[in-house]
Ligand binder design. Structure first.
Ligand code: ADP
Ligand code: MG
Length: 228
């Protein structure tokens, strides 16, 4: 019986891993598709270079993901290191930059404050990236404005990720963080569920404010350590 339970647990976690991989591979794969769609021999050399660079970079990214997946089969431990939050936002943004440029989205960064916290860097970066990708996907090409702000309020470090996209209805706001909740044709509905788990394990809180047709704002509040 114990053996059956362990086997069942193992196959459940393998399935979970496969879904996570599918989710993460889809982002670079979409960049490759979007670039291929725009490739045209008539294009000026600089555009051809831009799109082939995107294809090269994103296929390398898929390769890295496979390596990370294989690595992740090794016993997992949370690695806490002291790191700047703005540095992690910048890392997430650099992974989303192709999407931002392909969709001609305006990026507004207003980093008012920075702070250094003890975090699992790769997980927090994924949490930021999930929110940024959702914002990009919610906005219309050429009209989208993605705004990222940082600030300190009371004993919290705040990261605000704001879009002027489709928005979320009150009814759907309640289901947003449920695993497999998605309104996208090709969505997996795992991004926000994973993001919430990651943030909660860091004692951070997430708030969502949204209006249909106007846009959505996610605010993450990291508790600041007090030296007393
Ligand atoms: P997925 O992106 O695969 O659909 P997520 O868990 O990342 O899954 O998001 C769940 C759903 O929440 C999305 O399908 C979308 O409907 C909604 N959503 C998330 N972020 C935004 C946003 N910034 N603007 C509008 N809707 C959003
Ligand atoms: Mg998502």
């Amino acid at each position: 019986l114990e053996r059956d339970r362990l086997l069942a647990e193992k196959s459940a976690s393998t399935a979970r891993l496969a879904r996570t991989l599918a989710h993460e591979v889809r982002n670079p794969l979409t960049n490759i598709h979007l670039s291929l769609d725009q490739l045209d021999p008539e294009l000026p050399d600089e555009d051809l270079k831009l799109f082939t660079d995107i294809i090269r970079r994103n296929s390398l990214r898929i390769n890295t993901l496979i390596t990370e997946l294989l690595e992740s089969f090794k016993p997992q431990e949370t690695v806490l290191t002291s790191i700047s939050i703005i540095e992690l936002i910048e890392r997430a943004l650099s992974e989303a930059l192709d999407r931002i440029n392909l969709k001609k989205i305006t990026l507004v960064k207003n980093f008012g404050e920075d702070c250094t916290l003890n975090l699992d860097q790769s997980k927090i970066k994924i949490a930021f990236l999930n929110l940024i990708i959702n914002a990009i996907e919610a906005m219309e090409a050429e009209k989208g404005i993605l705004t990222i702000l940082t600030s300190i309020r009371n004993d919290y470090f705040l990261v605000t990720i704001k879009d002027n996209g489709v928005g979320i209805s009150q009814e759907n706001l309640n289901r947003l963080f449920e695993p497999y909740f998605t309104l996208k044709t090709n969505g997996l509905g795992l991004g926000l569920a994973a993001t919430l788990t990651i943030l909660q394990s860091h004692n951070a809180r997430v708030e969502v404010d949204s209006q249909l047709g106007v846009g959505t704002t996610f605010t993450i509040a990291f508790p600041l350590l007090k030296d007393r």
